[in-house]
Design a protein around this ligand. Structure first.
Ligand code: SIN
Length: 275
């Protein structure tokens, strides 16, 4: 794949590429923006190294793709509502994203993409795995694809935010809970995508509880045990990774305790997922 203003170095043949030749703190030309958009569609996960970004420059890059998302947990984190701090220390009881998920898929309009800018990394470890959900769909059998194409599932923010993190929503409120098709179509590429994730998806609508659990467990196992779906991003301070939540899942590996890892994430509001 050729671009006019940047070069890409693939991480794997089908997901993930490092991008060279772009300074995200500078004003990006129309051609550069077009190349980044195309590379994002081509590779699903883009890794920009050695970036020096202020929070405003980080947000400006996010706004190139749409309005910024305010995370439902911001009530607990404080700070700039459009920046989610991802910080894990020796004292942490959990770390954000330690399990396969798509960001905030409980929203009616989940983020189309997220940009994590890494500030502090452990001596080693703390990588993030990304998986290609178009490929996850394609590697299911045709009867399974056809069955899933007619189904929808509930995505519930209470599962991670209360169940895993133990953070209750502020007085009287509840976390977002929404129904999305199990197989969605990427609004730009047209690719079909497996859109259930172990972080947020509680059940498949219209099925008995045991049937739904067995089916979801099969799909989550498919994702977690198929390394050929994935790429792995190794972070350095100054790395910004931009991933497409409409067609990927990710898993932040917490293998570095008691060391610290710290980054800041900006997410961009997407469309309602469609079958
Ligand atoms: C997340 O956005 O889920 C966190 C990703 C990471 O920390 O690598």
């Amino acid at each position: 794949m050729a671009y006019q203003t940047l070069e890409t170095i693939p991480l794997t043949p089908h997901i993930g590429a490092e991008v060279t030749g772009i300074d995200l703190s500078a004003t990006l030309s129309g051609e550069q923006q077009q190349d980044i958009r195309q590379a994002f569609l081509d590779w699903k996960v883009l890794v920009f190294r050695n970036q020096e970004l202020s929070p405003e420059q980080h947000k400006d890059f996010g706004r190139m793709f749409g309005p910024l998302h305010v995370h439902p947990l911001q009530h607990d984190y404080g700070g700039d509502p459009e920046i989610l701090t991802v910080r894990t220390t020796a004292k942490s009881r959990y770390t954000a994203g330690d399990g396969w998920h798509t960001d905030v898929s409980c929203e009616a309009q989940p983020p189309m993409g997220s940009m994590l800018y890494m500030k502090e990394v452990p001596d080693c470890g703390g990588d993030t795995l990304f998986a290609n959900m178009h490929r996850a769909y394609e590697t299911l059998s045709e009867p399974m694809q056809a069955f899933l194409e007619r189904r929808s599932a509930i995505h519930d923010g209470a599962i991670p935010y209360i169940g895993n993190y133990g953070i209750a929503p502020p007085g009287g409120q509840s976390y977002p809970r929404n129904e999305h098709p199990v197989i969605t179509r990427h609004p730009e590429s047209g690719e079909q995508v497996l859109f259930v994730n172990s972080g947020f998806t509680s059940h498949i609508v219209g099925m008995h509880r045991g049937e739904s659990r067995a089916l979801l467990d099969m799909l989550f196992t498919h994702i977690a045990t198929t390394p050929s779906l994935t790429c792995r991003v190794r972070w350095e301070p100054g790395t910004l990774t931009f991933w497409d939540n409409r067609c990927t899942q990710h898993h932040a590996v917490w293998d570095y305790q008691p060391q610290t890892r710290h980054g800041e994430r900006v997410s961009i509001i997407g469309q309602r997922p469609a079958a």
